[in-house]
Write a protein that binds this ligand. Structure first.
Ligand code: SAH
Length: 393
């Protein structure tokens, strides 16, 4: 079996090079060819010695996942269905804006968390994606959009930002996601700053702490409810990690600077590549605030009383709110809050000094909006089966 080099961050490639008797700088060259230049043919990696190129061609591949289909929305949003084997597919979405281009990446085939308003959650869960399949989405999109991570200001790149907000819960596929993040941040690869890479989580508390220690990129937390009683229903993982614990983890995430190595209670991880220490110092903290995502569900979580409860709840967490008008999907059982209600909710938060924005819905006509990514999931949790038998009762 060939080794897929897309599966490896710098450390993995360095180990691979060592295993074939090559020096560490070869790993940096490989990372540049593969990611900066989007090259998959070893024969074209011209600064590698010819015998090494031949050897690599025999034992390794640069193999991104296949694209099953592609759609472009009226507003320019693009969506790819990316093959994940055995008939499964996950979705990747590119959202062009005036001052930035954001790629939304999936981390799992389906999702195990069952948030009641999310169409991915309805699909059930199949498996975690590999690092190659996660970073492969960025690799493919960079090639398709005609601009790799060339030199120049990040804001001028076609893909200037990456958000782990596609299908799946990134923090339950921790190792593969963190390796992919390392490749996104690596100056030899995509060279994105930590502020331009966001992990979104439904609130896997222990892994929020691990992320803080191992790869503290920007963090978005799917809050969606001001009380445990309601959040238990909307985001069932709340029963395991209730609001009090979640908010404490958010506070720790913003407050600490574990890369200094000076912090108590968080053993500096030996996974953090040495090389990032400088980059991280230069860029400063990306974590001066948490982004709280809050889906606006008509009559469920959108009252002004609930907005006031949120103000109290998040009082001691530096944060911004991102209100997401609910995006409908068949049989969801929910309705989007009325625009006037969303505005009033936003104003209530803002009157307490909070920053609250309303997320613009993009790519709705190709089912590319938040919570509409269904992909193609062979459900192993039998959730879809359970649901259809419940419905026929
Ligand atoms: N599992 C991660 C990543 C998903 S990100 C997480 O929960 O954060 C996608 C964001 O869209 C999350 O905040 C999610 O709760 C939200 N979302 C899910 N379904 C939605 C829908 N139908 N309409 C609007 N937002 C939705």
């Amino acid at each position: 079996m060939s080794i897929n080099l897309l599966d490896h961050d710098l450390r993995g490639l360095t180990d691979f090079c060592a295993s074939i008797g090559e020096k560490p700088f070869r790993a940096r060259q490989l990372l540049r060819w593969i990611h900066r230049y989007g090259e998959s043919e070893f024969a074209r990696m011209t600064d590698l010695a010819k015998p090494l190129r031949d050897r690599l061609a025999q034992m390794a591949v640069v193999q991104p996942p296949a694209v099953m289909s592609e759609a472009v929305a009226a507003d320019g949003t693009r969506k790819w269905l990316v093959a994940a084997g055995a008939g499964n597919g996950v979705e990747t979405v590119f959202i062009p804006e005036v001052s930035r281009g954001t790629l939304c990446i999936s981390s799992q085939v389906g999702c195990a968390l069952e948030c009641s308003f999310c169409s991915t959650g309805r699909q059930g869960f199949n498996r975690n994606l590999t690092t190659a399949e996660i970073i492969g989405q960025l690799w493919l999109a960079s090639r398709a959009l005609g601009g790799g991570p060339q030199a120049g200001k990040a804001s001028e790149r076609i893909i200037s930002n990456v958000v782990m907000m596609g299908m799946g819960e990134p923090l339950t596929n921790f190792d593969a996601v963190v390796s992919a993040l390392y490749i996104m941040l690596d100056d030899h690869a995509y060279g994105l700053s930590r502020r331009r890479v966001t992990v979104s989580t439904a609130g896997i508390v222990p892994n929020i702490d691990r992320l803080r220690a191992e790869c503290p990129v920007a963090l978005a937390v799917s809050l969606h409810a001001p009380t445990d009683e309601l959040r238990d229903v909307l985001v069932p993982i709340n029963r395991k990690y209730p609001l009090k614990e979640l908010l404490a983890a958010c506070r720790r995430y913003v407050e600490s600077a574990p890369t200094d190595g000076a912090e108590e209670n968080s053993a500096p991880s030996n996974r953090v590549p040495e090389l990032f220490a400088h980059k991280w110092q230069r860029e400063g903290s990306p974590r001066d605030f948490i982004s709280f995502e809050y889906v606006m569900l008509d009559g469920v979580n959108d009252s002004l009383e609930q907005a006031r409860q949120l103000i109290g709840l998040t009082r001691d967490v530096p944060c911004k709110f991102n209100l997401i008008p609910f995006n409908p999907f068949p049989d969801s059982g929910y309705r989007r809050s009325r625009p006037a209600q969303i505005r009033a909710f936003q104003e209530t938060l803002m009157s307490a000094g909070l920053i609250a924005t309303v997320r613009k819905t993009r790519g709705e006509d190709i089912d590319g909006a938040c919570g509409q990514l269904a992909g193609q999931v062979m459900d192993r949790t039998r959730r879809t089966l359970r649901r259809s038998s419940e419905e026929s009762l």
